[in-house]
Design a binder for this molecule. Structure first.
Ligand code: PY5
Length: 307
């Protein structure tokens, strides 16, 4: 299923170039060894005012910079330059709402595992992208399954680097989940504790308390995860970071996943154990999330970059 909607331009190495010309050599280092790092960001349009805002743009570009640091990639642009490039890209493409995908990769030049000497190429693409887990997902929730594949561990591919290579794990888990009729997979870590989805963090609610695994359990430090924890605090919802077991998912009152692509997606069942319709806390957080993204809550104006 081709789900990329083409627009006019892609930003590459400092310039806006026509979409169709944004190609790379088949011998690019990253294509062979997964040596790239990337981000996923959304730009929202307020349905009331029509204004459009990139959500936590600077935080995403700072994470990209941290990914480069861990991956020993010399990022040739500053965070400010990448933020400005994103806004320019959205404006030039006339995009009011979009998914934004910055990618830093090692290009064409060397073929050994040692990447020294390969150029560092940087692209930012943006296109309209609907709800990641299907049109009904945000309203009605999805069914998920715990994967037989474990998430990459701290000493394999560090979870703090959003590396293209990590997604081999995610792809295996996703395909397995789909084959079992689930919309998404939950991966455990090597210790058997709940880690994250293939492209999402995970939260459970039990007896009114919201909990999510700590970073030390090997998950990506999701910005939507951080957003949800801030919003839960505003709504006086008790929140803890604690390790979770597979059973904690089965007996939870509510479960949901978070990510820039998946936004805040309720989970209706885990391994065929029914959780139920999206719960009260899930709904409250989801509603507030969109209020913030649409610029309706002044306290969070700093998170928004107007296009
Ligand atoms: N965990 C993993 C493995 C992820 O890939 C992502 C984001 C998250 C957690 C959530 O992070 P954040 O809230 O900062 O987005 N995944 C990307 C995204 O754009 C790619 C998914 C296709 O959501």
């Amino acid at each position: 299923m081709a789900d990329i909607t083409e627009v006019d331009y892609i930003w590459k190495n400092g310039e806006l170039i026509p979409w169709a010309e944004a190609t790379t050599h088949v011998l690019s280092h990253s294509l062979h060894y997964g040596s790239g790092v990337f981000e996923g960001i959304r730009c929202y349009q307020d349905p009331d005012s029509g204004k459009s805002y990139v959500f936590r743009l600077r935080d995403h570009m700072e994470r990209l910079e941290r990914s480069c640091k861990i991956a020993m990639i010399d990022l040739p642009y500053t965070v400010d330059e990448l933020c400005d490039a994103t806004v320019e890209l959205l404006r030039k493409n006339g995009l009011k709402k979009a998914y934004i995908r910055p990618l830093v990769y090692r290009g064409y030049g060397v073929m050994g595992v040692d990447p020294t000497g390969a150029p560092i190429d940087v692209i930012i693409a943006a296109w309209p992208w609907d709800a990641y887990l299907g049109p009904e997902a945000l309203a009605n929730g999805v069914s998920v399954g715990v994967s037989s594949w474990r998430q990459r561990s701290n000493n394999a591919i560090p979870p703090a680097v959003k590396a293209t290579a990590s997604y081999m794990n995610s792809i295996l888990a996703k395909l397995e989940a789909k084959a079992h009729g689930y919309a998404e997979a939950i991966m455990l870590n090597e210790a058997g504790l709940v880690c994250e989805g293939t492209g999402e963090n995970i939260f459970v609610v039990r007896n009114g308390v919201l909990s999510t695994p700590p970073l030390s359990d090997g998950l990506l430090e999701g910005l939507t995860r951080d957003t949800v924890m801030c919003l839960a605090d505003d709504l006086d919802i008790d929140t803890i970071e604690e390790s979770l077991t597979r059973s904690d998912l089965y007996i939870a009152d509510e479960v949901f996943m978070t990510g820039s692509a998946a936004e805040l997606t309720p989970i209706g069942s885990v391994d065929d154990r029914v959780i139920g319709k999206p719960g009260e806390i899930t709904r409250a957080l989801q509603d507030r999330f969109f209020e913030v993204a649409y610029g309706h809550i002044d306290d969070y104006a700093d998170w928004l970059t107007e296009v």
